[in-house]
Design a protein around this ligand. Structure first.
Ligand code: ZN
Ligand code: ZN
Length: 342
């Protein structure tokens, strides 16, 4: 067969599977991968709705991919047909100052596979060897589908300086907030999670939150402070003016507010408190190789049950339903499974 299936997103209401030519065999240093599971990210939901500033529609999604190596190009000696892999989708120039410093997640020419280039939500794709990570034999495909989503929180937690004994608050218990909780629990002594939905708070408790509180409770700051006794780090996974005000109230003097959520635009910050309390407000974007490797190790250690976070799986032909489901706040991670088209 010289064609394959691929998902094309034109709008939230127009998501379809089309037949496209199969890619040419992998060139030197490249690998042909057959997709198995592809996650839908908040980024995808925003992009489908036309709300993502850096993704133009129509686009071909799929940056959270678990697959199987089908063929390797010349010079690829450390992967072979049949190996299971996850994709690291950041495509970088390798030459700018950030790349040379090892911070290629903020490459000046950063593009993301499946956002600015055709992605992995289809039968097969070709990518450079160094954008793939082999996954351990014992790890299920569902758990492996969490590697890429967990890598972002692993990076944010590392960059925020969470260490043994840290006291941490996580604002927002969507997929990113819950995975920040998982990543922070490795070292932190106390983790408090907030959200407006009770179901999400229950899930945060099951994933190890020491306290899970309603974000819209009038006494939230007092109740959280009673448990935290001064947060070293507050992760804002909502990134709205209200959550930022809570974050600045919750963080201890000299502490750090880490912005992980994607703000819709300019958002106000209580700057007088930032100055007076010597608070660091910093951001975090994606991850580098080391973070992906840590995410694989963390998931291999049994830190998370996959079914606590993977809440629905749809076949590729029903990708439109999968996108609709992932816009539902009760879902955590929705996956598309890519089986044999026959
Ligand atoms: Zn994503
Ligand atoms: Zn670069």
């Amino acid at each position: 067969m010289n064609t394959m299936r691929q998902v094309v997103v034109t709008s939230s209401e127009d998501i379809r599977v089309v037949e496209v030519p199969r890619p040419a065999p992998p060139g030197a240093g490249q690998v042909l991968v057959a997709s198995r599971l592809v996650g839908i990210c908040g980024t995808d939901v925003h992009a489908a709705a036309g709300h993502h500033p850096f993704i133009d529609r129509p686009y071909r999604p799929g940056h959270e991919v678990v697959g199987v190596v089908e063929q390797v190009g010349d010079g690829v000696t450390d992967l072979a047909a049949g190996d299971r892999v996850v994709l690291e989708p950041n495509l970088t120039c390798g030459e700018c100052r950030q790349c040379r410093d090892g911070r290629y997640n903020i490459c000046r020419k950063l593009a993301v596979f499946g956002c600015q280039t055709p992605g992995g939500m289809g039968d097969v794709f070709v990518v450079a060897r160094d954008r793939l990570h082999r996954i351990p034999d014992g790890m299920s495909d569902e758990l492996a589908a969490l590697v890429e989503p967990l890598a972002t929180p692993v990076h944010a937690v590392r960059r925020a300086g969470v260490r043994a004994g840290s006291r941490v608050a996580v604002l927002g218990a969507g997929p990113i907030g819950l995975l920040v909780l998982v990543a922070a629990k490795r070292g932190a002594e106390v983790v408090v999670v907030t959200d407006v939905l009770p179901e999400k708070l229950d899930r945060a408790r099951r994933l190890g939150a020491d306290e899970a509180l309603r974000a819209d409770a009038p006494d939230l700051v007092e109740r959280a402070a009673a448990v935290l006794k001064g947060a070293d780090v507050v992760f804002d996974c909502v990134a709205a003016a209200g959550s930022m005000a809570q974050a600045v109230e919750l963080v201890d003097k000299g502490g750090t507010v880490m912005v992980v959520g994607i703000a819709p635009g300019p958002t106000s910050i209580p700057l007088h408190l930032v100055q007076d309390r010597e608070i660091s407000v910093i951001g975090s974007l994606m991850y580098v190789r080391e973070d992906v490797e840590q995410a694989i190790a963390l998931l291999s250690s049994g830190a998370v049950a996959a079914d606590e976070l993977v809440t629905a799986v749809y076949p590729l032909d029903r990708a439109a339903e999968a996108f609709a489901a992932s816009a539902d706040p009760q879902q955590v991670k929705v996956l598309v499974s890519v089986g044999d088209p026959a």
